[in-house]
Write a new protein. Sequence first.
Length: 258
Amino acid sequence: MRLAKELWEYREMVRSLVKRDLKSRYKGSVLGFLWMFLNPLLQLAVYTVVFSTIMRMGIDQFYLFLFVALVPWIFFSTCLSAGTTVIFSQQEMVKKIYFPREVLPLAFTISQFVNMLLSFVVIFIVMVCSRREIHPAVLLYLVPVMLTEFALALGVVYFVSALNVYFRDLEHILGIVSMAWMYLTPVLYPIDLVPEQYAKLFYLNPMTAIIIAYRDILYYGQAPRMHIFVQAAVMGLAVLFAGQASFGKLQRHFVEEL
């Protein structure tokens, strides 16, 4: 509660950092903010060509099946890999100014979350163009699923951003981990393709339940299965609290290490 109160007091700093990140990300580029929409679309095009023509999956409207999972995955993988630089990139601020250090991971995660929300605009456009039926009541489930993924991503950013201050190779290692993690998450394929003897192991991956929940809502047009959603929520909150606790301990020597 003390941390929550302190972060609320520094909410203007969080808002300022988020705005600065969003404005500077595509500053100087010709297309600017359009890259927020083009990046997932280009990745979608590549994966669709590979898995629809070369490695055929036999799934109706596979591009949509993939897209509704790919956008949330991009958000999480960016937090995992790029989140390592959050403290190190702001080291001068950390050394000279007092503020709750948790502000930096929080602002970074919110910035990436805004990117994901803008990409969801593209998802809904694709759904309309594909003549998929949209169920407003089912779409309400998107809010808790998104918040669950946000909690998971924030916990990850807390942990990797703090650990990278002490272990600088982490940034490069997590780039490889992120790629492997994607193939161990049902992003490019349905969970039904996983052999039964390995299914329980796949569900230990917190992103598995989250991706399945997104697909249930956006591709199948149904409410997420309750046991899947509860599992995602529990694991998301567990990672958030563990990440914040780790960050709280590791931040004590940030200045000396930086």
